[in-house]
Design a protein around this ligand. Sequence first.
Ligand SMILES: NC(=O)c1ccc[n+]([C@@H]2O[C@H](COP(=O)([O-])OP(=O)(O)OC[C@H]3O[C@@H](n4cnc5c(N)ncnc54)[C@H](OP(=O)(O)O)[C@@H]3O)[C@@H](O)[C@H]2O)c1
Length: 280
Amino acid sequence: MSKRTFRGARVLLTGASSGIGRELALELARRGASLCVLARREDPLRALVGEMNAVRAEAFPAAPEHFCVVGDVCSSDVREQAVAETIGRFQGLDVLINNAGAGATLPAEETADDLACELFDLNFFSPFELTKTALPELKASASSRENKRRRVRPLVINFSSIAGVRGTPYFAVYGAAKAALLVLTDAWRAEINASGVDFLIVTPGLTSSQFFNVLREDKRRPKLPTLKWAEPKDVAIAVLSAAERGKRRIVPSSPSAKLLGWCSRFCPSLVDRVMNRFAK
Ligand SMILES: NC(=O)c1ccc[n+]([C@@H]2O[C@H](COP(=O)([O-])OP(=O)(O)OC[C@H]3O[C@@H](n4cnc5c(N)ncnc54)[C@H](OP(=O)(O)O)[C@@H]3O)[C@@H](O)[C@H]2O)c1
């Protein structure tokens, strides 16, 4: 992966109306990127675009205005509209951030097929399809001489989860969708290595966003220990700094999630015992 700058980069970011996505949008605007932000809730999205454009007017008055597409990322029409409008307004696309996502907490055996499909649709198929739609433009961005000179390098950032690294009780199907996205990302990076398009996979731990207030189903939660939750702003800054340094994978701002990832690899039976406790 290459080192890069976000100044002057043209970015499409999903799930920007709250939490980590909102903080990513504001940080990117402060760094001089031009953004199309996408989510379903119109009011918070338009308020965010107003904030970002105030930053732009003050610090980067020559840059194009940020804008939003309001809609469901699970709709192919919305995904195509977002890519087409970004290219139309910014004359190209350099960075795609697949951040939109939602979970559900319930036992695997009680998960209805419809809910499982919904979780995979949002957390796996939407980023998969959106990336395929954006890829021709990202490849074009890689071959642009002007981009090379300015160190703007094409990148896809995919949001998985620590629940996609290690299966966590009552997050089974959500975690499976996030694991699928992680594997897809690592394979895709190798497949198109020569094209100049990079992939960064993000596996956050517990983060104080709206995530747990908007679960698609909330029947039974794991008994998690009292841990310090990461702040969305810290996660956003850690992700962008990892992208700037050319990292492939990051567990942002969560020592406990980092420890879980490490222990899952090197002492899985210990983690099994911990997970059995979470399930009680
Ligand atoms: N918070 C955590 O503890 C945690 C841990 C691991 C991984 N993650 C992952 O991190 C990412 C960001 O989550 P967050 O913590 O910032 O949660 P959040 O505050 O709930 O934000 C989720 C964002 O996704 C958008 N979204 C959800 N469904 C959508 C849809 N169908 N179409 C378009 N946008 C949609 C939401 O906007 P609208 O509702 O307006 O559409 C919102 O902007 C997600 O992928 C999540 O799975 C979070």
